[in-house]
Design a protein around this ligand. Structure first.
Ligand code: 2BA
Length: 109
């Protein structure tokens, strides 16, 4: 068994969850915040059989759109040269960041 952890933009939450549910997957949705943009995002936890991981990823890929955002707040000193702190910086966000991890044990009690 595997656990798919997928971080998506908040705006894709309903499309992704509807599609996963329709395909018969079980999921948990956690409201999360990106460490860099400090913008709302969503983390999906999907426990699934190993052979269904690709289906889960395909669905997430299908319903998440990549987008570009501008960071206008000052960044940590180490990340930008002196004098560029207030310049908007364009970053490409998502579609989705996906981790797949092994599940040692899964029980409903
Ligand atoms: P954020 O941390 O808010 O990052 C938003 C976007 O900003 C990232 O998009 C990336 O394009 C850019 N970015 C992030 N950290 C950066 C840095 N140190 N320097 C320059 N640009 C940076 P994505 O890569 O698509 O990530 C979307 C969200 O997925 C992230 O939101 C974060 O919440 C999560 N994420 C991404 N990689 C992760 C990782 N390795 N571990 C945990 N969470 C991750």
């Amino acid at each position: 068994m595997k656990l798919v952890i997928a971080i998506t933009h908040e705006r894709d939450k309903h499309k992704v969850s509807d599609a996963l549910l329709q395909a018969g997957h079980k999921l948990t949705i956690i409201a999360s915040t990106g460490g860099f943009l400090r913008d709302g995002n969503v983390t999906f936890l999907v426990g699934t059989k190993s052979e269904e991981v690709d289906d889960v990823i395909d669905i997430i890929r299908q319903w998440c759109s990549a987008r570009e955002q501008y960071v206008t707040q000052p960044l940590p000193d180490a990340m930008v040269p002196t004098g560029a702190l207030m310049s908007p910086v364009k970053v490409s966000v998502g579609g989705a960041i996906i981790f797949v991890v092994d599940v040692e044990k899964y029980e409903r009690v």
